[in-house]
Write a protein that binds this ligand. Structure first.
Ligand code: MLT
Length: 278
């Protein structure tokens, strides 16, 4: 079960599943908004936050360090294990059913969750999502990333990913969002990030699951998302009978942080339809 989570508000439950390599703080605007509007917003950390910015600390004795690195190299955090953790958290919080909202890696987890626990899903929200599984190139590149993260730390991820994660307008006009995203990446434990990369490399192809999903689904895409193509969202919409697609302007991959008002409005109107008796 996730050790850290936010749980705010009263009402129908909405689980918010973060992307890679972030943490639950990426949902701050949604937690505030939903909890003020009659919902219970629950956001777990799925990867693990570190107060150390580097795996390799000089103070760690050499042999211990080698052992820790060896363990880290073997570790994998599968999408299934994350989905099972979310279900265990629901059990613990005595919640039977919830809206499951996942962004990017969180959407992989949402796909896995609805596959494993279909009756626990009241409705689905998939943001910055992709259903197709990884090809050989993607698997290799994720393994290389995992290796580099463990040897070089999260700084390299922040440098390489930041420009791709946010729309040009966000990068130019919203320095607070840029620094929050950088901070989130740097605070992620490199071992957790590497394990999640391996988990994403080992994920299933969710395309074949689409026709089995009955839950009403909202798909959200950022128009300037450089990580996910528009076709990825279209593909999911075509595969899911009970779904609709919304595209947010001036938003990249982290659309919920870049355009929180628009994202929240879409979320609320969709969840309001799924929870008419609230
Ligand atoms: C994410 O934002 O979760 C990642 O971009 C997911 C991925 O690498 O596929």
């Amino acid at each position: 079960m996730p050790q850290s989570y936010d749980d705010e508000g009263d009402g129908p439950a909405v689980f918010l599943l973060h992307g890679y390599p972030f943490n639950r703080s990426m949902w701050r605007e949604q937690i505030d908004f939903l909890s003020a509007d009659g919902f219970r917003a629950i956001a777990p950390d799925l990867i693990g936050i570190s107060d150390k910015l580097q795996l390799v600390a000089d103070s760690i004795e050499h042999e211990t360090l080698r052992q820790r690195q060896a363990e880290a190299y073997r570790t994998i955090r599968t999408m299934e294990s994350m989905a099972r953790d979310v279900s265990a958290l629901m059990d613990d919080l005595k919640i039977d059913q919830a809206v499951i909202c996942g962004l990017s890696m969180g959407a992989y987890v949402a796909f896995e969750f609805v596959h494993l626990f279909p009756t626990r899903v009241r409705a689905l929200v998939l943001a910055g999502a992709r259903a197709q599984g990884p090809d050989e190139d993607e698997k290799q590149s994720r393994e290389q990333q995992a290796h580099r993260i463990l040897t070089e730390g999260m700084g390299l991820v922040a440098g390489a990913m930041l420009p791709k994660l946010l729309a040009p307008r966000t990068l130019a006009e919203k320095p607070n969002v840029v620094s929050r995203v950088r901070e989130m990446i740097l605070r992620t434990d490199p071992r957790g990030a590497a394990a999640a990369q391996r988990g994403m490399a080992a994920r299933r192809d969710y395309s074949n699951d689409l026709t089995d999903i009955d839950a009403p689904t909202l798909i959200i895409a950022g128009r300037q998302d450089a990580v996910r193509k528009a076709e990825d969202a279209e593909f999911i919409r075509r595969g899911l009978g009970n779904s609709r697609l919304e595209i947010i302007d001036d938003a990249g991959h982290l659309m919920n942080m870049e355009q929180p008002e628009v994202f929240n409005r879409l979320l609320l109107s969709f969840i309001g339809e799924a929870e008419p008796h609230r």
